[in-house]
Design a protein around this ligand. Structure first.
Ligand SMILES: C[S@@+](CC[C@H](N)C(=O)[O-])C[C@H]1O[C@@H](n2cnc3c(N)ncnc32)[C@H](O)[C@@H]1O
Length: 320
């Protein structure tokens, strides 16, 4: 078993009690991970060792800690955490927290781990809000609805950057709802957020949201993976993350179309929807919207991610 392998490999160092420095331990586990085909071997090893030594990254450790011998307790702890990595558990779940746009969020499996691309979606929303007339932003708002809040990454980043904003965050999974709630409290942002369990595919679900609206913006990183692509996901994802957070149905559009159908009922006139999607979705969403003129929505902009792939959509409501 992977765990047994990790333990056995560690025994080779038992002749060096008290002499193992953080740097040597990082090197050891990097090699073990590489031999076992664990992705991001060095990063995984560095994050785990840094975490046990009380830092976020290996580079941010005081240099003296790189060379000082580790205690048996620290070594034991590193061994336990690295054994989990050998079982392909994502580092974010092993460490139990992860940073998103400078906010440290608690991470608990199987709630979706926020991805770096999503930071760009938040950035785009912030840019758009800043462009609004100053009086509008300063007085109250915006009021934002986030569909599928997961750990709360998007909602809490927006709240922390926009001091007048308020957010309604919904997710169909109870684990996500309670993790967003916990993260909001940890970050002292609970006063401006309403977190509701809600399945946006359920009949008449928008009626539960009406009392909180109308909203200025709808933001979502919905499940958008094409069902046929689900089999290609890495073991880290398939074995630990909630697949409900990823599987968007046949063309990845199942939840996207529900959000687009729901949003016009809740949005202010000329309100906006910002979505993170697959590269095939700009075209699919555009033609789907053309088939639904009754929604009075148009795709007004597409943005590329840091890899140059079209991954973010801005859809706007227009007057009927
Ligand atoms: C890709 S994750 C995004 C999580 C978080 N917003 C982020 O970016 O890290 C999608 C989220 O949508 C939620 N979800 C899936 N289907 C849903 C539905 N029908 N109604 C509401 N939420 C849903 C999942 O539980 C999951 O938390």
């Amino acid at each position: 078993a992977p765990q047994g392998w990790g333990l056995n490999s560690w025994k080779s160092h038992s002749s060096l009690p008290g002499m193992l420095s953080a740097t040597r331990v990082v090197r050891h586990w990097t090699q073990v991970f590489e031999e076992r085909g664990i992705p991001e071997a060095q990063e995984s090893s560095e994050y785990i060792v840094a975490h046990v030594l009380g830092a976020k990254t290996f580079q941010s450790l005081k240099p003296v800690l790189w060379t000082e011998p580790l205690t048996p307790k620290q070594l034991q702890c590193i061994q336990e955490l690295c054994s989990r990595r050998l079982q392909r558990m994502p580092v974010q779940y092993i460490l139990g927290e992860w940073d998103f746009r400078g906010l440290t969020l608690k991470m608990v499996p199987p709630v979706f781990i926020p991805r770096p691309e999503t930071e760009e979606l938040v950035e785009w929303v912030l840019e758009e809000v800043v462009q609004r007339p100053p009086a509008l932003v300063a007085q109250s708002g915006p009021l934002i609805l986030e569909v599928g809040c997961g750990s709360g990454a998007i909602a809490l980043s927006l709240l922390s950057q926009l001091p007048q904003s308020r957010v309604i965050a919904v997710d169909k999974e109870e684990a996500a709802v309670s993790l967003t709630r916990e993260n909001a409290q940890r970050l002292q942002l609970q006063e401006r957020i309403r977190i509701l369990p809600l399945d946006v595919t359920s009949e008449g679900c928008w009626t539960h949201l009406l009392p909180w609206g109308p909203v200025d913006l709808v933001v979502s990183n919905p499940p958008y993976v094409f069902h046929k692509d689900m089999g290609q996901l890495a073991p880290e994802i398939c074995s630990y993350e909630d697949l409900v957070a990823l599987d968007g149905g046949e063309e990845g559009m199942d939840i996207i179309t529900h959000i687009l159908t729901l949003a016009p009922r809740l949005l202010n006139a000329s309100g906006s929807i910002f979505l993170e999607v697959d590269t095939r979705h700009p075209e699919l969403v555009s033609s789907w919207l053309q088939s639904r003129p009754d929604l009075h929505l148009s795709l007004v902009a597409v943005r590329k991610d840091f890899c140059g792939r079209p991954r973010f959509l801005h859809v706007q409501k227009s007057a009927p």
